[in-house]
Design a protein around this ligand. Structure first.
Ligand code: C5P
Length: 240
């Protein structure tokens, strides 16, 4: 069975900034409380040639932090295989790809022999059934999530990004082997912002999540380190 990470490493802070200098200031403020950071497209593509999301990722890794590159790759198999092979040499911990079977198979081939773990995005949480119908799909969100999760499992993808509400059913389906990562986390009493289905850190961990991705409740807090520390304590105090 896969070993659970240490509580302090189960919190992934989303560096949702479009300025690498501001993201780096946040990392400094969080100090040793946070060991794992998510860099999404907004930060990755921001800044200039000498300071951008990719150079920040390199500096984080040099400091011993873990990096989740949330680049949500999807292209023809040849391109995906080569792109993931290039990213696999950068020392990142996680990389997201869309859960289309040819994309997953190509990404798997690209990271072969490296330590980079692939996380599949099943259906964007901002989509509803009407959006899928408009895009030409004959599935509800729930059915498409289940179908793509099963395909990700079959393709031996390391993990899935999903909401805490989806975790129990997915855990039953994929067992302990897959890494389940949940955004949409809000400590008790925090603003939901634009997240539609939120869970507290404790409830997501108890439901079976391995990692929690938290953005605004930490990066927009008056005291980000205290907010992060409180979430780590909540993870520590929950069995799951
Ligand atoms: O600020 P907040 O905690 O809502 O940030 C959550 C992070 O997780 C953001 O970086 C967002 O892009 C990401 N995310 C999400 N829902 C998904 C996938 C990723 O909120 N389904």
């Amino acid at each position: 069975m896969r070993e659970k990470p240490k509580p302090s490493e189960r919190l992934i802070v989303a560096l949702d900034f479009s300025d690498p200098a501001r993201a780096e200031t946040m990392v400094e403020r969080l100090g040793s409380t946070v060991a794992f950071y998510k860099i999404g497209m907004e930060l990755a593509y921001s800044g200039d040639a000498s300071n951008n999301g990719f150079t920040l990722a390199d500096r984080l890794i040099a400091q011993g932090k873990k990096v989740f590159m949330d680049l949500k790759l999807h292209d023809i198999p040849n391109t995906v295989a080569r792109a993931t092979a290039a990213l696999a040499r950068r020392g990142y911990e996680f990389l997201t790809i869309h859960a289309y079977p040819p994309t997953m198979a190509a990404a798997k081939e690209g990271v072969e022999g490296s330590a980079l773990k692939l996380l599949a995005v099943t259906v964007m949480t901002s989509y509803d059934d009407a959006d899928l119908a408009a895009a030409g799909y004959g599935f509800s969100v729930q059915d498409l999530v289940a179908r793509r999760a099963a395909q990700a499992w079959g393709a031996k993808i390391d993990g899935l990004i999903l909401s805490a509400a989806e975790v129990p059913a997915l855990r039953l389906m994929v067992g302990d082997e897959m890494i389940l990562v949940t955004p949409g986390i809000r400590p008790q009493g925090a603003e939901a912002d634009d997240q539609k289905r939120v869970a507290t850190p404790a409830s997501a961990i108890a439901a079976g999540a391995d990692y929690l991705v938290v953005g605004r409740p930490i990066i927009a807090a008056e005291d980000p380190a205290a907010a992060a520390e409180a979430i780590v304590r909540e993870i520590e105090g929950t069995s799951g």
